[in-house]
Write a protein that binds this ligand. Structure first.
Ligand code: HEC
Length: 100
């Protein structure tokens, strides 16, 4: 079976590329971290923890900030600079972090 290792390598490459492509930009995580903490656990009592929160919930909240349905100056500003794909990636990123 000379093809097997090649197929395995392709499969591994796809697996490695898959999640990486959906990852949010490094720079944007640092921006969120200013308020929500680098680990998604906010240090400020005015800011919610987002680590370990339900992915769908996070996605819906960011979309609501983006459209203005959920009113908040800073989050609207942040969310309007993001694409839907990036919002989805951020929701997945923070949902995967350990909750407090
Ligand atoms: C300037 C500070 C600030 C920055 C920067 C910021 N946030 Fe927020 N974020 C807040 C505050 C404050 C709230 C709570 C809003 C409210 O009271 O409705 C919030 C709410 C949220 C919520 C809703 C949480 C919930 O429990 O309902 C999500 C999701 C979120 N932020 C994600 C992000 C992401 C992702 C980034 C980076 C792209 C980011 N935020 C950047 C301050 C910030």
């Amino acid at each position: 079976m000379p093809h097997r290792p090649i197929l395995a390598a392709i499969a591994a490459a796809l697996l490695l590329c898959g999640p990486a492509a959906a990852e949010p930009r490094v720079g944007i995580i640092a921006e969120c971290a200013a308020c929500h903490g680098i680990d998604g656990i906010a240090r400020d009592t005015e800011v919610p923890h987002i680590a370990g929160q339900n992915e769908r919930y996070l996605y819906n909240q960011m979309m609501a900030f983006r459209s203005g349905k959920r009113a908040h100056k800073e989050m609207r500003y942040m969310a309007r600079a993001m694409s839907v794909a990036e919002i989805a990636a951020l929701a997945a990123y923070y949902a995967a972090l350990p909750p407090r």
